[in-house]
Design a binder for this molecule. Structure first.
Ligand code: PDD
Length: 298
């Protein structure tokens, strides 16, 4: 099959140029291709505006610094680029930007060079960005919640970097995919870390908790957002090590990510989450945080 026929051809950004996505090309010697040597960002766009862009840009800058890739384009330069791509994508789909939810993907790799593990600080990074239509959770998932499975967190110890080396995340996700579940909730040394591409929240006695922001989890942009939403809603918010038994004994479990926003986990390893009549159903704290999230999106 000629993949070029099937690939989307709306505009993307590659190394200073805007060109159709299906025509964009990177060398096979790109260190992103050879080593997974790069970082990325995923940013939701509501009404044509990237949501919490300053936070995403700051996280991108942190990832770049951690992996020592020099890239100095500031938040305003990126915002102009994103604006161009968002409008081009909307025009391509025949819709007004105000009527669709979009997703920006940005990837920066260390650049193109003969294969060598050693980092050459002189390389020019490969800079890529595209916009796609957001695929939010279904109405059914929102109404009934989702099933997840648990697994040992076998990923590396630099989970705080939004690295494009995602093989371990993909293998982790496959565990739940094979079980027809939506995410893989991971534990390391008996404590909750996160899911393969989402953060995990435990609700207990009205308190909203997640794993500490350390090197074992990616600090989702929704960490800060949930802190704000909890403050608004008068809910207590706490980051601390959470034992496996506390996860299974939660009143509610939640997933957050750019695409899932906030989504209830109602079953983990086949066990209904929650207590009494509430067990296995999206809970009241989920409903409040979801409503509050929808308000701040506008
Ligand atoms: N994933 N943890 C991991 C390992 C992730 O990959 C993600 C995001 C999150 C949530 O981060 P945020 O709230 O900033 O989306 C947590 C993105 C969406 C992805 O890889 O597509």
């Amino acid at each position: 099959m000629n993949h070029l026929v099937a690939l989307p051809h709306h505009l993307c950004y590659l190394n200073g140029e805007y060109l159709p996505l299906n025509e964009a090309r990177v060398s096979v010697l790109d260190r992103g291709f050879i080593f997974g040597d790069g970082i990325y960002e995923v940013v939701p766009v509501y009404g044509g505006k990237p949501f919490r862009w300053a936070h995403h840009h700051a996280r991108m800058a942190r990832s770049l610094q951690e992996v020592r890739i020099p890239h100095a384009d500031d938040a305003a330069t990126w915002a102009a680029r994103i604006d161009h791509l968002v409008n081009a994508h909307a025009a391509h789909t025949g819709q007004r930007v105000g009527n669709i939810e979009q997703l920006i993907y940005i990837q920066i790799t260390r650049g193109v060079a003969p294969r060598d593990h050693v980092i050459d600080p002189q390389l020019s990074p490969t800079v890529f960005a595209m916009v796609n239509t957001m695929k939010p959770p279904s109405a059914e998932q929102r109404e009934h919640g989702v099933s997840c499975v648990s697994a040992h967190d076998f990923r590396w110890e630099k989970g705080h970097i939004k690295s494009i080396s995602l093989l371990s995340a993909i293998l982790a996700r496959d565990i739940s995919h094979q079980a027809h579940a939506v995410e893989t909730v991971m534990f390391r040394n008996g404590h909750l870390t996160e899911a393969s591409s989402s953060n995990v929240w435990v609700v207990k006695n009205g308190s909203v908790m997640a794993a500490p922001k350390d090197n074992l989890v990616l600090e989702g942009i929704r960490y800060g957002l949930l802190e704000e939403l909890c403050a608004q809603e008068g809910l207590s918010y706490e980051l601390r090590p959470i034992r496996r038994s506390e996860v299974f004994d939660a009143d509610e479990l939640l997933l957050t990510s750019a695409t899932k926003e906030v989504l209830p986990i109602t079953h983990l390893d086949g066990q209904a989450i929650g207590h009494g009549a509430q067990a296995g159903r999206p809970g009241p704290i989920y409903q409040r945080l979801y409503q509050a999230y929808q308000k701040v999106k506008q």
